[in-house]
Design a protein around this ligand. Sequence first.
Ligand code: ADP
Length: 261
Amino acid sequence: VFSLLIYNQIMKPVHRLQEQMVKTTEENKKAEQIRSEFVANVTHELKTPLTSIAGFIETLQDGAAENPEIRNKFIDIIAIETSRLERLIEDVLVLSEIENKKASIDIVTIDTKESLINLISTIEPIANGKNITIETRLAEHCYIEGNVDRFIQMMMNLIENAIKYSKEDQEGKVLVSSYMDQNKVYVQISDNGIGISEEHFGRLFERFYRVDKSRTKKGGGTGLGLSIVKHIAFLFNAEVNVKSKLGEGTTFTVIFNRREE
Ligand code: ADP
């Protein structure tokens, strides 16, 4: 009886405390891992537009500014990249706010057609400059719920990939389409680019995973774009699917819960 008493009064709480401590350490480790993953993602995403801005400024300083047409085009691109940086920094701030639980993120009803049209208008000049056309087939009333900046970030990453992995020797075509059924909204990004063979599908969304390092060198990718897509999809409770054929093209489909308006 006495030893049972000791066990119940002393050892049981000690065990419980130990269990809790192990759990907390594991939680801390996980949180730390998520944080460092996040920093890595952000660094990558910040570096790309910054490199582009620095490059265009340098070209302008080297004499390109003397040609008004080129000058205006470059300034437009610098403006686009700057606003991308702004959006990103905003996202980082919002995310750190969530972590500190100081503010809640702005969740709204997103009109996917409107957001995609706005986004495409900023990317189109870049695509056209690379001999790629962006076509849209966007249904009306495809509403979802979530944060607009994140939605745009996710779609931007997918569309940028569709542009980046186009074929060099043929005119590139990117189709951005959306449709819905009773419960879901589907947003699809298709390209007629270099494609991905099936063996890579399982690992595509992993951080730093690149199908072929040599082919991404030119675009400066580090393999983080799709992991960000997946992370955002998780926040939206959405699903991301990929279909692709090597040498023919790729289609990414994001399936969101539909919100009736
Ligand atoms: P990266 O920064 O290398 O583009 P991502 O995470 O965005 O990284 O993509 C991972 C890999 O998936 C890329 O390296 C590329 O090989 C492949 N990939 C992504 N999107 C496409 C696409 N639309 N067409 C062909 N390959 C793609």
